[in-house]
Design a protein around this ligand. Structure first.
Ligand code: ZN
Length: 324
């Protein structure tokens, strides 16, 4: 299904089987000699078929098309493994490329993550078995062209500026067209769901970066924002303000859940309120438990860095406590 967004920008919905996100929005920008695809989908036959169908309907050939990836998550990136052609440039930020290059991200982060999250081993193992990137990154690795904040990409009458917006991933990038007042915003700002702000290593503070990145885009004049999932955003500033207050609310909720004995992030996540269809935490699939725990952790880290909470280590697990 193709939707025309402006004179030369089109949106194709790429189905994501078994994902609560339902679909990734892939944008195709038609140019004179070269075209640009922004974001792809999983490396699955269903995703590939949908994108190729969209390209066919628009009369766009992959041989004269470059690909821009807003961030390295598999629902945006992985399909490039089977789309790349020798003549296509594939743009990605440097911090995200470094994460992609880690040969086995899960294995490298597993012990680290289980220590800071308190996530039970069996839940972690189930996820690793299902999501090991080796399964999806088969064949020759693509050659990436790295982009930085302020870089420009010209496609037809669009002059797209790269805007680094870390938070949802370390090197998340949006594309801004100042003349048309369009922001292609990946998963930085979503309309109907809240972008997942997850912490996987305790050294960095994704929520702080994310809130800064929200303030950064608030300064842009945006008439239409084109997100990575679900519906297009008309009231961009309003939505950004909602996301900011959502996280303030979350921070307050987590503070109210802490006690003086200490709880690990997994337990705190299980006590938080989630906008989900499952009746109880026990019914959450393993992957959702993982994302919920990583989301709880990003807020705990933010509170910890601000000095609002304390933490201690007990039997190799990190516990968070109310400040004395
Ligand atoms: Zn996404």
């Amino acid at each position: 299904m193709i939707e025309r967004v402006t004179s030369n920008i089109y949106m194709v919905k790429i189905p994501l089987p078994q994902s609560p996100l339902k679909a990734t929005n892939s944008y195709i920008i038609k140019g004179e000699d070269r075209n640009l695809i922004v974001d792809t989908g999983y490396n699955l036959p269903e995703c590939k078929a949908a994108l190729l169908q969209g390209l066919r309907e628009l009369g766009v050939s992959l041989d004269v098309t470059d690909i821009f990836i807003t961030h390295m998550h598999p629902d945006h990136l992985d399909l490039v493994w089977s789309l790349q052609s020798d003549s296509s440039k594939i743009y990605l930020s440097k911090p995200d490329l470094e994460t992609v290059k880690l040969s086995d991200w899960w294995e490298e982060n597993r012990h680290l993550f289980s220590r800071i999250s308190g996530l039970p081993e069996d839940v972690l193992q189930e996820i690793i078995d299902r999501h090991s990137p080796r399964k999806f990154h088969q064949g020759k690795a693509p050659e990436f062209t790295t982009v930085e904040d302020g870089d420009e990409i010209k496609v037809g009458d669009c002059l797209l500026q790269c805007v680094e917006t870390p938070g949802h991933s370390k090197g998340h990038m949006c594309l801004y067209e100042p003349e048309k007042k369009i922001l292609i915003c990946g998963d930085h700002v979503l309309n109907d769901i809240t972008p997942n702000i997850a912490l996987w290593q305790y050294e960095w503070n994704p929520l702080e970066k994310y809130l800064d990145s929200l303030d950064k885009v608030l300064g842009f004049e945006v008439e239409r924002a084109l997100p990575g999932h679900r519906s297009l955003i008309r009231d961009f500033k309003g939505r950004v303000m909602e996301l900011k207050s959502h996280h303030q609310e979350r921070l307050r909720e987590i503070l109210s859940l802490l006690d003086y004995h200490g709880k690990d992030a997994f337990r705190i996540a299980s006590e938080m309120s989630w906008d989900m269809t499952y009746e109880s935490w026990d019914q959450f699939p393993a992957t959702q438990k993982l994302f919920a725990t990583a989301e709880a952790l990003s807020h705990l880290k933010y509170l910890d860095d601000k000095g609002f909470i304390d933490k201690k280590t007990l039997q190799q697990r990190m516990l968070f406590t109310k400040r004395h």
